[in-house]
Design a protein around this ligand. Structure first.
Ligand code: ATP
Length: 654
């Protein structure tokens, strides 16, 4: 139980506490696997794989750019090493004995070499930057494209699977950061190139310097990776609250519910929930920031100790005469370059590692959607003469009971068959099975004897028109909303015929630019329609398609009596060359059907013509009687004193 400000009643026992919005990564990677995958030990092995992944992604987008990027990077590293060696030469010439003018002249070629190398590296750096910036948005789009392809090629049932939508959200974040993978890999490679150049020079100067340098930088690296790991884990733990926040934000601010937020006085109630989830996120962020700061402090302390060791070694080597002044001078510069390179590798690796975790979510989604990828046959069905459902069972993932249990049904071309039953009896689910949107968990649905499992789904859907309960309000022009991009050569005639049959012509006549009007209220200049007008457009869309199977799921729920009458008056003529499956609760409308199938708790309870079912005792007759009972309400009102009747409504259920 919750009070108006959204807080749970104190008395609720844990088992009976109200459920909250929660999301799971179930079906993706298990959390324990994620923790294992991001143990510090596994990270080293992961980096090459991530660099390979970033190159593969970039390769898919633009091979030439990748080749140029790598070539520029190698050239830049070679120039850096060359510059460092030229530095030794310059210092040697400058500190040699002789007149200063002679020494400067002797050093001039190597100074020129240093300057040329630096200039060339700057040019290469600009080139690398340019190629990277050009690649990044294209990589993000490519990653998004792959997600969209994977999602649209998945079975519809994937959307009913717990965790699928979370996987989509996580993958979306992965796609957004995917270009960073390239930037970070490239920065690691460039830091590695600098390090290699400096390491080569340092090893020549004295072999002890390099291992000491590693000692200075590696602890900081480990600390950075540990902080990154903590940050990712906290994000993972917060994902449920963050999704809840985003849902609540949508429900509070979107146009769809703006009226009900006001009329139901929902704002304080939902805002309290929003605050609660927000506070949980804040607490987790605070914990993560503190842990990260602790890691950073330990890393910095150890790094400082390491750096003291390196510089102490240089001083010792110089003071004991084991290193010349020229070499020490170069060592100082090379140490600077090597430290920057190493630090770059470590810090960029930590960032690459974190990005890699998000990109893993993206890759997991693509693989996950792949797990639900349409894997049916390739046979293209001709217009079916008969569609049969044979002993079909369907259970939604994780549902406590079956939505359909051993259902037999058939519809022939030229027939109108109505599905009737109480809420939740399985009508929509059966309609989706017939239209090949779902495959039965058991049993078969066949089109002219061929199982929908063996038919090419896209070819099957091309033979199907569906008007669902909640029709899509595509952000398209009225013309596109009806043709869905499948305009034929016959010109506007077919569109206008479909519009006339559905009643959409009245809507079109009132639009400021007729068929060319943009029906997209969320865009500037786009026009919105009423619920019933949208339904008429959706019906026009279905009629325009002229598919051999027409599935109408509550197609007239928002239509006025005149518009509804037009649809049902025209339905029989339409059935001449197609099979029509009609789902409706308005039983007067099912008189148009050749046969009526009554569903109850996922099973077929009755089947017959309208006359048979209205005259035979059973569920249909009972529903029919209840629907017509409304006619007696005015009589009841007349028979009852007004006050008694009004309070009766208010007290019903007591
Ligand atoms: N996506 C889903 N995930 C889990 N269960 C679902 C889902 N959709 C429907 N169900 C369940 O399956 C059963 C059949 O639902 P279905 O939508 O087919 O019923 P219906 O007869 O069309 O209902 P209505 O008359 O209310 O439209 C119901 O128990 C419902 O709760």
């Amino acid at each position: 139980m919750t009070d108006q400000d959204g807080s749970e009643a104190e008395t609720a026992s844990p088992e009976l506490a109200a459920e909250e919005l929660k999301f799971s990564f179930r079906g993706l990677r298990e959390e324990s696997d994620i923790r294992k995958a991001i143990s510090i030990r596994s990270i080293g092995g992961r980096l090459p794989q991530l660099i390979r992944r970033s190159l593969t992604l970039a390769w898919r987008v633009d091979r030439r750019a990748v080749v140029l990027l790598l070539t520029f990077q190698v050239l830049s590293a070679l120039l850096e090493a060359f510059g460092l060696l030229a530095t030794t030469r310059t210092i040697t010439e400058l500190i040699a004995s002789g007149h200063i003018a002679d020494r400067v002249q002797a050093a001039l070629p190597s100074v020129l070499a240093i300057a040329t190398a630096a200039a060339l590296r700057t040019v290469l750096g600009i080139g690398i930057n340019m190629i990277g910036s050009d690649l990044e948005p294209r990589i993000a789009r490519r990653a998004e494209w792959m997600m969209l392809e994977a999602a649209t090629e998945a079975e519809l049932s994937a959307y009913d699977t717990p965790g699928f939508n979370d996987a989509w959200d996580a993958a979306d974040r992965g796609a957004v950061v995917s270009p960073d993978l390239v930037l970070e890999s490239q920065s690691i490679m460039s830091s590695a190139a600098s390090l290699l150049a400096a390491a080569g020079v340092l090893t020549v100067l004295h072999p002890v310097l390099l291992p000491l340098l590693l000692l200075a930088v590696v602890p900081q690296g480990v600390a950075a990776v540990a902080a990154t790991r903590e940050n990712y884990l906290s994000n993972l733990e917060m994902s449920a609250d963050r999704r809840a926040l985003s849902h609540l934000r949508w429900h509070l601010a979107d146009k769809e519910y703006a009226d009900q937020v006001r009329s139901d006085t929902m704002a304080p109630f939902l805002l309290a929930k929003y605050r609660r989830h927000g506070e949980r996120v804040d607490a987790r962020v605070r914990k993560s920031v503190r842990t990260g700061a602790r890691y950073a402090a330990v890393g910095a302390l150890m790094g400082g100790a390491g750096a003291t060791l390196v510089w102490g070694a240089v001083v010792l080597l110089l003071s004991t005469g084991r290193m010349s002044v020229a070499s020490a001078g170069t060592a100082v510069i090379a140490l600077g370059v090597a430290t920057t390179g190493l630090r770059g590798i470590v810090n960029w690796s930590a960032r690459l590692f974190r990005t890699g975790l998000y990109v893993d979510d993206w890759a997991d989604f693509i693989a996950k959607a792949g797990g639900y990828a349409l894997a049916r046959g390739a046979a293209a069905p001709p217009a079916p003469d008969v569609i049969r459902v044979e002993g079909a069972t369907y259970g939604y993932p994780d549902a406590a009971k079956l939505a359909l249990d051993k259902v037999d049904f058939h519809v022939r071309r030229g027939e109108v068959v109505a599905l009737v039953g109480e809420n939740g009896s399985g009508k929509t689910t059966l309609a989706k099975l017939i239209a090949g949107l779902y495959l039965p968990t058991d049993g078969e649905v066949t089109w002219d004897g061929v199982s929908t499992r063996d038919l090419d789904p896209h070819a099957l859907w091309a033979q199907t028109s569906v008007v669902p309960q909640k029709v899509a309000r595509w952000p398209l022009t009225a013309r596109e909303s009806i043709t869905l991009g499948r305009e034929d050569e016959s010109g506007d005639g077919t569109i206008l015929d479909a519009a006339a049959a559905s009643g959409a012509s009245d809507v079109l006549n009132e639009l400021r630019r007729g068929l060319e009007t943009l029906l997209a209220p969320e865009f500037w200049g786009g026009q919105d329609l009423s619920g019933g007008q949208w339904q008429r457009i959706a019906l026009a869309r279905a009629f325009y398609r002229r598919a051999p199977l027409l599935v109408l799921d509550e197609p007239t729920s928002a239509l006025d009596p005149r518009a509804e009458h037009r649809i049902f008056a025209g339905l029989r003529a339409m059935a001449a060359d197609c099979a029509i499956v009609l789902v409706t609760h308005r039983l007067t409308n099912v008189a148009v059907a050749d046969r009526i199938v009554v569903l109850d708790h996922g099973c077929v309870l009755q089947e017959g013509t309208f006359t048979e079912l209205t005259t035979t005792p059973g569920l249909f007759q009972e529903l029919w009687r209840l629907q017509n009972d409304r006619a007696s309400l005015p009589d009841q009102r007349a028979a009852q004193p007004a006050e008694e009747f009004d309070s009766g409504i208010g007290n019903s259920g007591q």
